[in-house]
Write a protein that binds this ligand. Structure first.
Ligand SMILES: Cc1cc2nc3c(=O)[nH]c(=O)nc-3n(C[C@H](O)[C@H](O)[C@H](O)COP(=O)(O)O)c2cc1C
Length: 330
């Protein structure tokens, strides 16, 4: 059974990798994940705010201008709350690279054009095999039109693309009026892959304390369906690879994502819940399922349920919506 595949031009021994998260913070965990079969690792993100805050702090130190920015940044984590400062982040990439033989992917996360994107080059120099770009942006300005919101990602991708030679994958938001066109434009600008999707952490409200809560709930498999639909719609129509991230917990989830067109699946919540050994059970389960169903390779499975190949492509379109509503009986 051939589980090997490629993602962003990188050879992977199987399609299951860890997503951006604290899972690559400890070398011990990193080695356990590799031993459990992880095909690649994505580092947690280095954030624009971290980089610019550090630059401002350096400026404040020399110019005594700390007060001018303290209020604006008070809602963000303090610099000491980040797992790694920018320099340590780069060091951590090198340490992880030395610790494992699988590809290591860096992650840059920000929303505006600026000097922070120079870290893409430093991440490459630190040894990353590829880079994920995450433009996690909440468009709260009523005067900012959709095109300008999309343009942020285009501009950042262009800046990063100009400074690195490693492949870049963009972690997409599902909240674009035309996610397919958005993804296609990114690919035409040189993105080698798209990750479906960013998980938007919606704040909850504490009605007694009148506070927003900041609790991070891990995902479950129900979040996968949105990813399946878009992987299926995009498969075979983009000049880029697709990684599914969000709601992959079981062997069946992995199989569904690949059937819909994923080149790779990224897992985080299930590993945080069950530990690195869960990686091994996903990969073994995938192998057994493919053997039982007489597939020769994971590549043979890919896209069989995509919009291009699915026996009933209308399930991904409006017809499915109408059918589901009309067939509900009380
Ligand atoms: C604790 C935690 C930290 C995360 N940190 C990052 C991050 O730094 N950058 C990023 O792009 N995504 C980050 N994510 C999102 C994951 O990469 C992933 O997209 C999301 O958890 C959905 O996948 P899952 O359902 O397998 O958890 C984080 C998720 C968790 C749970």
């Amino acid at each position: 059974m051939e589980l090997a595949t490629t993602y962003l031009g990188l050879p992977l021994k199987n399609p299951v990798m860890t997503g951006a998260s604290p899972l690559a913070d400890q070398l011990d965990t990193v080695r356990r994940l590799e031993d459990a079969g992880a095909a690649a690792l994505v580092m947690r993100s280095l954030f624009e705010e971290q980089i610019t805050n550090e630059q401002i702090a350096e400026f404040a130190h020399t110019e005594n201008a700390a007060e001018s920015f303290s209020e604006a940044t008070s809602y963000f984590p303090r610099m000491e709350d980040y797992a790694f400062g920018p320099d340590r982040y780069l060091e951590q990439i090198s340490r992880v690279k030395e610790a494992v033989d699988i590809p290591v992917i860096g992650s840059l996360n920000g929303v505006s054009l600026g000097g922070w994107t120079d870290y893409a080059r430093l991440i490459e120099q630190a040894g990353a095999d590829a880079l994920e770009l995450n433009v996690y942006y909440i468009a709260t300005d009523l005067d900012e039109p959709g095109l300008a919101v999309a343009g942020r990602t285009f501009d950042i991708l262009q800046a990063v693309k100009a400074s690195v030679t490693i492949p870049i994958a963009v972690k997409l938001s599902p909240f674009f009026s035309s996610p397919g066109h958005f993804a296609q434009t990114l690919c035409s600008m040189g993105a080698s892959g798209v990750i479906l999707f960013n998980r938007f952490y919606q704040p909850d409200i504490d009605i007694e304390e009148l506070e927003a809560s900041h609790r991070l709930d891990l995902s479950d498999s129900s979040e996968l369906r949105l990813r399946l639909r878009w992987a299926a719609i995009l498969h075979g129509r983009l000049k880029a690879d697709i990684a599914v991230s969000g709601g992959v917990h079981t062997v069946e989830d992995v199989i569904k994502a690949i059937m819909c067109g994923a080149n790779a699946v990224q897992v985080v919540s299930c590993l945080l819940k069950y530990g690195p050994s869960h990686m091994a059970s996903l990969i073994t389960g995938l192998r057994h399922w493919l053997e039982d169903h007489e597939y020769e390779s994971v590549d043979q499975l890919r896209g069989s349920m995509s919009l291009l190949h699915c026996p009933d492509p209308t399930v991904f379109e409006r017809a499915n919506y109408l059918r589901m509503l009309q067939l509900w009986k009380v």
